[in-house]
Ligand binder design. Structure first.
Ligand SMILES: [Zn+2]
Length: 135
């Protein structure tokens, strides 16, 4: 059992599309429960998978956001790049609670469409289909 998932993509469906859904802020007792003292001061933000709506708490590192010329002025990071790890939000753990996973993955397929469009030019589209069922 671990607090973090050691990943930045979705643990439920594998999608890379995790979006921060709220403000970056210091972790609270409400987030971390009995582990608060160990993690006090860590920056976090609520996050959600755009594909399957799994709920996470993103572990945010704002060090790369410091403006190298004007160190007193932070650079705003893109929402998608601002975190380096995830926990399930309501459990603060690598195991979800029920409300962290609104949909379970029933089937996950990856296929390709290859199209030749001219002299040595080929377009390959990777198609990913993820079938979800309400949890
Ligand atoms: Zn997902």
């Amino acid at each position: 059992m671990s607090r973090n998932l050691c990943r930045t993509n979705c643990d439920n469906c594998g999608s890379e599309h995790i979006r921060l859904t709220g403000e970056i802020r210091p972790i609270t007792r409400n987030d971390a429960g009995v582990y608060f003292d160990e993690f006090e001061g860590m920056l976090v933000a609520p996050a959600m998978c755009r594909v399957c709506a799994a709920k996470y708490l993103a572990w945010v590192d704002q060090r790369p956001c410091v403006n190298p010329i004007h160190r007193d002025r932070a650079i705003y990071c893109s929402e998608d790049a601002a975190f380096f790890d995830l926990s399930y939000r309501s459990s603060f753990d690598d195991e979800p609670r029920d409300d962290d996973i609104p949909y379970v993955v029933v089937a996950h397929n990856t296929g390709q469409i290859v199209e030749t469009i001219g002299d040595g030019m080929v377009v390959v589209n990777i198609i990913e289909t993820i079938m979800l069922r309400q949890a």
